[in-house]
Design a protein. Structure first.
Length: 270
């Protein structure tokens, strides 16, 4: 009879044998895997449910594998100016490969300016569960010397983002982090928590509250999707607003609500 630890490591090996999950934070895979092993009748079921959960919180947003190797080659040929038209077109094309940023492309010219204009210019940003959002930097009201930290559950994604930061001489750093287990402790002007809380809630209902209270950010921009990946929207905005109100209940924070096409946002001033 194998020990719980051995069962977990076997589950981890089986889950990560699929390329779809191989680059996901080991901490997150083990956390979900341990919960599923405790709930399911056997390891086969636990592996299946772990993969399902990882799909819901990550893979569902990447319909096709993102071609990071090809992107790195493309990056080398791009000018080093973030405001260059060729660069902007390339970044928009790349953002279209991830559902979260693809949905934001139509409102890109104004969403960040409208949401953050009162605190601009941005000198330091922490982008949580970032996806490809750091590629939006040319459309943000950021200072030329902005410090940009970004984290996500995907190692291949954060690796690409570090090459992006390097190529454009951005003072940036991307790293792998399971936000349900630890909160980055750097002090920043603004933290971005965009369309992330519904994903956190699927793994740990307490994670979002921990994040909001423990983040060392003067401001936090929180947003929720106005519709599901499948396009359904019935009751979603009201449910998410209720969820946000519950998370911020009892706090003395100043909160500004904003609505954009496809996205409901709140700016918290701590």
């Amino acid at each position: 009879m194998s020990t719980p630890n051995e069962q977990l490591e076997e589950l981890f090996s089986l889950v990560t044998s699929s390329e779809k999950y191989a680059n996901i934070s080991p901490d997150l895979i083990r956390e979900i895997g341990a919960k599923e092993l405790a709930k399911r009748r056997n390891q086969k079921e636990a592996v299946k449910e772990t993969r399902n959960k990882l799909h819901q919180v990550g893979s569902a947003y990447q319909e096709k594998p993102i071609p990071y190797t090809a992107w790195l080659d493309e990056l080398q040929d791009l000018p080093h100016d973030l405001q260059d038209d060729t660069v902007n077109a390339a970044l928009k094309r790349q953002m279209g490969m991830h559902a979260s940023t693809a949905e934001r492309l139509s409102i890109l010219p104004h969403i960040f300016n409208d949401a953050l204009e009162t605190i601009a210019p941005l000198h330091s940003i922490l982008d949580l569960a970032c996806g490809l959002n750091p590629l939006c930097l040319p459309w943000m009201p950021a200072a030329a010397d902005v410090e940009y930290a970004a984290c996500d559950i995907y190692a291949d994604m954060t690796d690409y983002l570090n090459h992006y930061f390097e190529h454009f001489k951005i003072n940036g750093n991307a790293f792998v982090r399971d936000l349900t287990q630890s909160v980055p402790q750097m002090s920043v002007q603004v933290a971005l928590l965009l369309k992330t809380i519904p994903c956190l809630d699927q793994v740990d209902k307490n994670a979002a509250k921990r994040l909001l209270t423990e983040l060392q950010a003067q401001y936090i921009l929180v947003s929720f999707p106005a519709h599901s990946l499948g396009g359904k929207s019935k009751g979603m905005l009201q449910n998410y607003e209720n969820r946000f109100n519950l998370l911020t209940e009892g706090e003395s924070w100043k909160i500004t609500k904003m609505e954009f096409t496809g996205e409901l946002a709140f700016l918290i001033e701590k």
